[in-house]
Design a protein around this ligand. Sequence first.
Ligand code: PEP
Length: 256
Amino acid sequence: MARRPLVAGNWKMNGSRDSNASLMHDVVFEARNFPDVDILVCPPAVYIESVGRMLEGSAIQLGAQTLSEQGKPGAFTGEIHGGMLRDVGCTHVIVGHSERRALYGETSNIVAAKFRTAQLCGLVPVLCVGETLEQREANQTEAVLMEQLNAVVSLCGIAAFKTAIIAYEPVWAIGTGRTATPQQAQDAHEFLRAQLAASDAKIASSVRILYGGSVKADNAETLFKCADVDGGLIGGASLKSAEFMAICAAAQMREK
Ligand code: PEP
């Protein structure tokens, strides 16, 4: 089945009011050239609302980089509830980014709880999964992907993937300039899809699986040509309008 490509920008802890305005000015203008691509931007929480205003009238969607796993708002200092993200215009939220797993102690169970809360709040979760270099070299890639994916399937059920996105992000490729080869990406994406297909073939064939890890203008096209790669989750290159737009152009050109 044909899956609409998605290019999502994860700004991480970058940006300022001025740089956001300049970046969004260019991206909103150029995005009209890519009608066959869904585009999503995920600014730091403090800028979500103002970036949302910059996106008004465009088709670009707005997401957050994480949310609280708590089901209800309340006494959780520093946390942000999914309902608040909806309130300021988010439609999507990244969950389980490897930086959150590695630096902030997010276990697969916490990630699964965040995924569930996101959906209960009406947000589309972008579930990040991926192995470290050590795990890849020890031939544990599939076991790691299975563990990260199964934590969500167990808690939320396979039907939850009707309205979710997966991002395969090998940790060794994030922010390193070292990209997975198209074959490595395809193998991992195919594996993830097969895992879901074991429970529900229709959902597996419709879920979008993005590749993330040093995607740039010059490697996006070959990655996006892979049968099971449905676009990208872009970190560093999403902060440069020309790079980000070139990646969107690669997604627009993709023929499947
Ligand atoms: C990311 O942060 O999800 C990411 C893929 O980063 P980069 O593109 O910079 O490797």
